[in-house]
Design a protein around this ligand. Structure first.
Ligand code: SAM
Length: 282
């Protein structure tokens, strides 16, 4: 089959089953598997594609049509301009989380912070980006689940940075690891699970393929903010700062999890005008 024929076949299969981004998805899969970008595909459309490659692409398209996230099929995804390994068992880094990283980076640089904890690290998108941008700052990345932790380790290996440390633990239960080995944190940054249990069933089919443990945060979506407020404050240095991602309309509830401990706070809005980042000074 020629590249042009194969592309048309995949495009029409995806048009039926994927939303409005079907062309983008088709281009990404085609480039990743056939190795021809958009320009080459157009200019070399009559190149013959081997049966093995055709079969590989058709299988990938079938999988995408059945609701597998594009990012899991590609195995890599870009965040803050860096590539992260992703796949089943780990949350796909979202563009809106870049707002959290950008604000954290600003604070680290302005105050020359030396120690940052990234709680609920997943792929390491947040913590590794910060470590890359701030070589003089040591970033500890905390993650509980095996599959997510293995992606974290893989990404740490690729980033090859001296200033990162991964800790496998349950951040809601400090007895699961030796906290005495940790320095005090100048900043705790976290994009924890924050979806209310009642909202999980109505999530997009692609999101439902991501780990439940990366999404679900109890009845009110606040389990992790509460746990962090209760347990991690003693692990902060004087004038420490918390920086959280939260869901649409959650910022005031997140702040109230820190009742009586807050010196000042700030809420930042993302490109969709959603209250996405909460900064709390304690
Ligand atoms: C919303 S995802 C965020 C991942 C990553 N920080 C990002 O922004 O792409 C939350 C992460 O928290 C991890 N997690 C859930 N419960 C945890 C716990 N009790 N302790 C540590 N990590 C946990 C999940 O496995 C998941 O990787």
């Amino acid at each position: 089959m020629t590249a042009g024929e194969l592309y048309s076949l995949c495009l029409s299969a995806l048009k039926e089953s994927v939303g409005e981004d079907y062309r983008f998805d088709c281009d990404c899969l085609f480039e990743s598997i056939v190795g021809l970008d958009r320009v080459k595909r157009i200019t070399k459309g009559d190149l013959t594609v081997s049966d093995t490659v055709c079969e590989k692409l058709i299988n990938a398209v079938k999988s995408r049509a059945n609701g597998e996230p594009l990012q899991y099929i590609l195995g890599k995804w870009s965040f803050m301009g860096y590539e992260f390994f992703v796949g089943k068992g780990v949350l796909i880094p979202r563009p809106e989380t870049e707002a959290l990283v950008l604000r954290a980076d600003e604070i680290i640089k302005a105050n020359k912070l030396s120690t940052v904890f990234d709680l609920c690290a997943g792929t390491g998108a947040v913590g590794l980006s910060l470590a890359k941008l701030n070589p003089d700052c040591t970033v500890y990345l905390f993650e509980k689940y095996d599959e997510a932790f293995s992606y974290l380790q893989k990404n740490i290996e690729i980033f090859s940075l001296e200033n990162v440390k991964a800790v496998k633990c349950d951040i809601t239960d400090l007895a699961t690891f030796d906290v005495s080995l940790l320095p005090l944190a100048d900043m705790i940054v976290s994009n924890p699970p924050y979806i209310k249990a009642s909202e999980i069933p109505s999530l997009q089919r692609e999101v439902l393929k991501e780990p439940f443990t990366a999404l679900s945060a109890g009845e009110d979506g606040l389990v992790f903010y509460r746990a962090i407020s209760e347990k991690w404050l003693p692990l902060m240095s004087k004038n420490g700062v918390f920086l959280f991602e939260c869901g649409d309309g959650q910022s005031s509830d997140v702040i109230s999890c820190f009742d009586g401990k807050v010196k000042s706070f700030e809420v930042y809005y993302d490109f969709n005008n959603i209250d996405r980042v909460v900064e709390i000074h304690v």
